[in-house]
Design a binder for this molecule. Sequence first.
Ligand code: SF4
Length: 264
Amino acid sequence: MRGNGGKQFKFSEKENAKVPGFKRDPVGDKEAEIESGILQKYKGRLLVMASDKCAVQCRFCFRKNMQKKSIRNLPEKLHKMLKKDKSIKEVILSGGDPLMLGNNELQAFFRAIPKPIKIRIHSRIATALPSRFTPALQRLFKQLGSRLIFVTHINHPDELSKKSEKIFRNLSKYGITLLNQSVLLKDINDNAKILAELSEKLFSQRILPYYLHQLDKAQGTAHFEVPIKKAKKIFKELKETLPGYLVPRFVREVKGEKSKVWIS
Ligand code: SF4
């Protein structure tokens, strides 16, 4: 990877530093858990920890200190919950990375979520492990079509490649909505030029920039934090560079809040 994009995955001794304000569970996942592996933070949406594995180990991960465990019978539990609670309009498959599951396991989740509930997948796999997008997996996605929202986690333009372009072209042909969320990371993407290049490149691969996150303060990630004053300056410059549809929303997640908090 050109530039500093690869730093996201490199261990640093700085991870062992205890920094005030950086916690094991910075966004309150534990409090939001309503059933083992199923979280509700926001109205009308459930988040499922579908997998405890990832294809890469992002060193800034906000769940890096959380106990990883796969949970048995999760699709069945989810299905029961959705039958009872008719207020749920969307189920978010997260983890870990849900695409680390096998096709049968994924299909069990898809079957557990009745129409017209939307399915959102958050994943780094299209760029971290593109070979996972086999024709069989793509057929599964094709069946879901416009019910599926696929959110990629891409922080640096160099993560996108010819392989990812082919994957996203297919997903877009199936009517799937493609969005991206990034994390603002010190020495990796903390300048407007790289972020603008990222937005342009995402768009060229049919993905709309959705969120730019201020770092979640997970223990062992302080060396990735961009001070908020600098972060706001970068975002202002980004807004002044790009057309509005290529500017992601600059947000932070605050424990207990009823939505993401927009940073202006
Ligand atoms: S892919 Fe997501 S969940 Fe997995 S290590 Fe990276 S940020 Fe964390």
